[in-house]
Design a protein around this ligand. Structure first.
Ligand code: BGC
Length: 693
């Protein structure tokens, strides 16, 4: 209901009446985080930030307040961060798999349920605003915060983000979509200016934001970086023209924290509605800027109206939850389900599933096997009451099996162990030091000691882990490499050294349980890669992670490889199962503003399982430069062994259009479109049908 625009607009009159009564100071108060730092020097600000981050009193341990005028019946915004759950509280809340793992499930229904759990926990902690819908598109997978988004494909990110928005808002919590826009470089996020051409902007980097707003997101967070030389938090083109005018967004914009607003007048005139986390450039400076005529009063009225209207729409008679919902069994079960459906089987030459009876001794090798691998230590760090590590998961899953752990630092002892064992599981990959939100250990010695940032080495594993897999992998044919990380990990140097590979991402508090269930076959794997795995780094667009200027090309990820005719190691959308699926009878018909693509999918193997049916649109007949094909629909289907179902997947005509930069409009080309339907983006996994539009 609260996602419904008409419902929200029905509060416009009430909000307007309140705005009319307010003084300039009161209106500006609504536009600010409640922490006043206007009197602090920049050094004091740094010190103050540390008090927010230090020790037990961690960042966002309770919701951060902004605005609020009790006497006028306007509640404050109470900000809670995500996306892998609720950041508030100390070791209390449910930690879901990171968004990238959830993206790999391609399950919008599940993501909506994750959103509902999160919404309930936000309310239990006293919050009303969840800023965990992170939907930036990783232009290069080395982006440190890739784990917070859903994949490399705008369509899939948009669908998954919209599902999270729906779920969270279903519980009467405002969803904030971030970071608007072009925020896919971490270390340089405060200085980089991104440029790209109009088509790249409109077709690649913005559509997923629109999808989330169309799903009713109440709020948008502007990003730190610049777009075309202008700070995104001040960016009149992005905030006023695109967001508020072209997309008719009725909610409010907030800045990214602390450094998202740099100039009072530019930000307010650019369309920024709220300075977060603190009051530095808004507050008294904004009042003065209005009084001196640098910022029109109309902009202040507009911001106040947006803020009041949205908070009234969400906070009137809202649902309430107490702390009993926080990490309750139902929410933890959803976290486990998300891990089970996201973890992706990439290679399996007669290794998996492991047979319990035959696995009496299991060699578990690698530093990460005993670690709580739940993701980075930045603003999305959720503290759950417990985390099941891979080691704990495997120990519990087969109590007649001796699990012997070796950290892999000594290759000879690892080889000896591997040779003696019935099966070997390596757990390798990244930690919060390798990738994530950038938290400089030098500057913030009291914070976590974690560094994060963009991947500094390469897109592959650390050298010692590459050697480990190369040398110890071949010792035992029943070897599986389990990868931990937030995005593509290159596998070429060691791919042939192990007979089985699993991508586990950062699988959340129940990740160890889900992983063990998959290894032993209690759960049939069904995740699909939400990104391509190239053979070589040079197949991807290059980024200078320290750049002050970065140009984004139109093609990235699988569309780039396909356009250049480069074979990937593993295609976008790829993931194996312990059963097999077959596709037949693809057909396409037009119905109003959609093409309905239907196909029969059959479970042709001996186990029940889920398949993600993918629909790619092909543009062979286009008169302009377009990708070879693009994902434009998907649906997860559960099939019993031997069962066949007909599925029909709608593809919106809007999603088939291209943006003509000369006429400045979206165009649907009149031509024959090919639809590729199947289990991954590789042509051998797809069948085709065509339709003239
Ligand atoms: C991050 C945002 C986050 C905000 C508040 C910033 O550093 O970029 O994603 O929502 O902090 O926690």
């Amino acid at each position: 209901m609260r996602a419904n625009k008409e419902y929200r607009l029905s509060f416009t009159e009430e909000a307007r009446k309140i705005v009319e009564k307010l003084t300039l100071e009161q209106k500006v108060w609504l536009m600010c985080g409640n922490i006043d730092v206007t009197q602090k020097t920049s050094q004091q600000l740094g010190e103050f930030m540390m008090t927010i981050l230090e020790g037990e009193n961690h960042y966002n341990i309770t919701p951060y307040a902004a605005g609020g005028l009790e006497e006028e019946g306007v509640p404050p915004m109470l900000f809670v961060d995500g996306p892998r759950g609720v950041v508030c509280g100390n070791w209390l809340s449910t930690c879901f798999p990171v968004s990238m793992a959830r993206g790999a499930s391609f399950d919008t229904d599940l993501e909506e349920r994750v959103g509902r759990c999160i919404g309930r926990e936000v309310r239990a902690f006293g919050g009303n605003l969840f800023a965990g819908v992170c939907i930036n598109l990783p232009y290069n997978p080395g982006w440190g915060r890739s784990q917070e988004t859903y994949g490399e494909e705008t369509y899939q990110i948009g669908q998954m983000g919209a599902a999270l928005v729906r779920g969270v808002q279903e519980e009467d919590v405002m969803a904030c979509v971030k970071h608007f826009a072009f925020n896919q470089m971490e270390n340089a996020r405060f200085k980089v200016s991104v440029t790209c051409d109009q088509r790249t902007e409109k077709e690649v980097f913005l559509p997923h934001f629109k999808d989330c707003l169309d799903a009713g997101a109440a709020s948008v967070m502007s990003s730190y970086n610049k777009y075309n030389g202008v700070h995104c938090g001040h960016n009149r083109y992005l905030l006023r023209q695109v967001l508020k005018d072209e997309w008719d967004f009725d909610g409010f914009v907030m800045s990214d924290f602390c450094w998202g607003v740099k100039d009072t007048v530019e930000a307010a005139n650019g369309g920024q509605d709220m300075e977060m986390l603190w009051t530095q450039h808004f507050g008294p400076k904004l009042v003065k800027a209005v009084e001196d005529g640098f910022v029109p009063m109309a902009y202040i009225d507009e911001a106040a109206l947006r803020i009041i209207r949205t908070i009234l729409a969400f906070d009137k008679d809202h649902k309430e939850y107490d702390m009993s919902v926080v990490a309750c069994p139902e929410h933890i079960a959803v976290a486990k389900e998300a891990a089970e459906k996201g973890i992706t089987l990439l290679k399996n030459k007669d290794v998996l599933p492991l047979c319990r009876e035959k696995t009496k001794k299991l060699a578990l090798i690698g530093k990460l096997a005993g670690e709580a691998v739940i993701g980075d230590h930045g603003s999305s760090w959720v503290r759950p009451p417990y985390v099941v590590t891979p080691k704990e998961g495997l120990e519990k899953a087969n109590q007649d099996c001796q699990v012997v752990w070796n950290d892999g630092s000594d290759l000879e002892s690892a080889k000896k162990l591997a040779a003696e064992a019935d099966a070997v599981v390596f757990v390798v990959g990244y930690t919060h030091d390798d990738e994530g939100e950038y938290v400089s250990a030098e500057e913030n010695t009291n914070y976590t000691g974690s560094v994060g940032g963009d991947r500094k080495f390469s897109l592959g594993l650390h050298e010692d882990e590459i050697r480990l897999l190369q040398e110890v992998g071949p010792v035992n044919p029943k070897s599986t490499a389990v990868l931990i990380g937030g995005n593509t990990i290159l596998m070429t140097p060691w791919y042939d050294s192990v007979n089985s590979v699993i991508m586990a991402y950062y699988p959340g508090m129940e990740g160890g349980t889900a992983l063990a269930e998959i290894l032993y076959g209690d759960v049939n794997p069904s995740g699909k890669l939400p990104y391509v795995v190239p053979v070589s780094e040079k197949d991807l667009p290059q980024v200078d992670w320290e750049a002050t200027d970065q140009y984004y090309e139109y093609y990235h990820g699988y569309t780039r490889l396909e356009k250049k005719g480069i074979q990937p190691l593993l295609p976008y959308g790829f993931g194996l199962s312990y059963t097999t699926f077959g596709f037949s009878d693809a057909a396409a018909r037009k119905q109003e503003d959609q093409v309905l693509v239907s196909v029969k999918v059959k479970n042709t193997g001996g186990r029940d399982g889920d398949e993600v049916v993918q629909v790619y649109a092909g543009f062979e007949n286009s008169g302009v430069d377009r990708p070879v094909k693009q994902l434009r629909g998907f649906q997860r289907v559960s099939l019993k062994a031997g069962e066949e179902k007909q599925v029909e997947i709608p593809v919106s005509l809007e999603k088939l259009k291209w943006y003509d930069p000369v006429c400045r409009e979206w165009k649907l080309e009149a031509m024959e479109y090919t639809f590729y339907v199947g289990s991954s983006s590789a042509n051998e996994d797809l069948i085709t049908t065509a339709i003239q539009l």
